[in-house]
Design a protein around this ligand. Structure first.
Ligand SMILES: *Cc1c(COP(=O)(O)O)cnc(C)c1O
Length: 393
């Protein structure tokens, strides 16, 4: 039996699978079981943000594994403090109290509980196209009916969806009962959509006016991906709560909720917790990841190389009628197609580049932020070839 067959037989079949058995990774590259090399623009949905097996992250994890792998937050821990102090050095001013969990969805669950308890209110506003995860609380804030519909009867009923980037619709939905508004400054799952400056400014102004909290979901767009350490920094606002996950653990599961201390401090002992929270291996990895992002100026690289890649993709667009739009910020890039993209994705993989879906008709690229000029040239070259071959057919 092949590895693919064996996996499909036992693992829940809830993932759209691509025909690669990945066995090894280094930087921007991964290799399959037959030794074929790929440029990884999926990077585990943006998780390999500093590249696969970055030596500093590997070293931090190895060292910690030999020292201590288990330490519940009921006990203090040296590496946990080192990570927390590193983290709050880089979080926006005022966001300096942290809860640690194990995934993006969990970082959202914590934010929801914080907002509800802090404000004493129960209504939430999320946006069309939003994605915040698939646990019940996070799923309640997620737009896609495909994910929500089968579980509608379990979901939290006090969520209003306002139209994304529509100031008037938002104004009509916020009230004195709104606990919090949650937004991805750049939407990832629904096709890479960038918030307008006016829209994010309006969210901040009206949440202040109504006494509601503003939660920014930086799970996908954070950590330098868009060319700034935090994507909301493009909009010059101070959020009340920020959620981080995906790349922060360098591949070790880790979710982070950061809030103003007066908000985080409403939680009393036992009102929120998680067994794995503050795991020393995850903390060692995350400290190394943050240091690599800053020391190697990966946000700067994302801005520069990402801009270059988008320029090359615009050129591909001008040469084929298949592309509707190329958009993105930094190395968070969407190529919206006029045709079904499944076969295009398969052909791109066959030619050595692993892309990602976003929405139904958008090819998403989330390469590690260490990707260089040559490599983005190869990515654009392969996509250009695939589109041209597809057009001729
Ligand atoms: C991936 C993602 C989540 C959910 O993270 P999980 O680790 O899959 O639970 C939440 N918000 C955004 C913006 C995401 O991209």
């Amino acid at each position: 039996m092949s590895i693919a067959e064996a996996e499909n037989r036992i693992l829940a079949e809830v993932y759209q699978k691509f025909p690669i058995v990945a066995v090894r990774g280094k930087g921007v590259l991964v290799w399959d079981s037959k030794g074929r090399e790929y440029i990884d623009c999926m990077s585990g949905y943006g998780v390999a943000i500093v590249g696969h097996c970055h030596p500093k992250v590997v070293e931090a994890v190895k060292n910690q594994c030999e020292k201590l792998m288990v330490c519940h937050c009921s006990l203090y821990n040296d590496v946990r403090v080192e990570f927390l102090e590193t983290l709050v050095k880089y979080t926006p001013k005022g966001l300096d109290k942290v809860f640690l969990s194990n995934s993006g969805a969990e970082s959202i669950e914590c934010a929801v509980k914080l907002a509800a308890k802090y404000t004493g209110r129960r209504e939430f506003i999320a946006f069309t196209g939003s994605y915040h995860g698939k646990t019940l609380g996070a799923l309640s804030l997620t737009w896609s009916l495909k994910y929500r519909k089968p579980f509608e009867h379990l979901l939290y009923p006090h969520v209003k969806f306002a139209r994304y980037n529509d100031v008037e619709d938002f104004e009509s939905k916020i009230t004195d009962n709104t606990a919090a508004v949650i937004v991805e400054p750049v939407q990832g799952e629904s096709g890479i959509h960038i918030s307008s400056y006016e829209f994010i400014k309006c969210l901040r102004e009206l949440t202040y006016r109504y006494g509601a909290l503003l939660i920014v979901d930086e799970v996908q767009a954070g950590l330098g991906r868009t060319g700034r350490l935090w994507s909301h920094q493009h909009f010059n606002i101070d959020p009340d709560i920020m959620c981080i996950a995906k790349g922060i653990g360098g591949g070790i599961p880790l979710g982070v909720t950061v809030a103003r201390s007066e908000i985080m401090n409403v939680l009393r002992i036992g009102e929120h917790s998680s067994t794995f929270s503050g795991n020393p291996v995850a903390c060692a990895a995350a400290k190394a990841v943050l240091n690599v992002i800053v020391e190697e100026n990966l946000a700067g690289n994302a801005e520069r190389v990402g801009g270059k890649l988008r320029d090359m993709l615009q050129k591909v667009k001008s040469e084929t009628p298949l592309i509707r739009e190329v958009r993105g910020l930094g190395l968070m890039i969407g190529i919206e197609m006029k045709v079904n993209i499944y076969n295009i994705l398969l052909e791109t993989i066959r030619r050595g580049v692993i892309p990602l879906y976003s929405g139904i008709n958008t090819i998403r690229l989330l390469p590690p932020l260490v990707i260089n000029d040559d490599q983005v040239g190869r990515v654009a070259g392969v996509l250009g070839e695939v589109m041209k071959a597809y057009t001729v057919k």
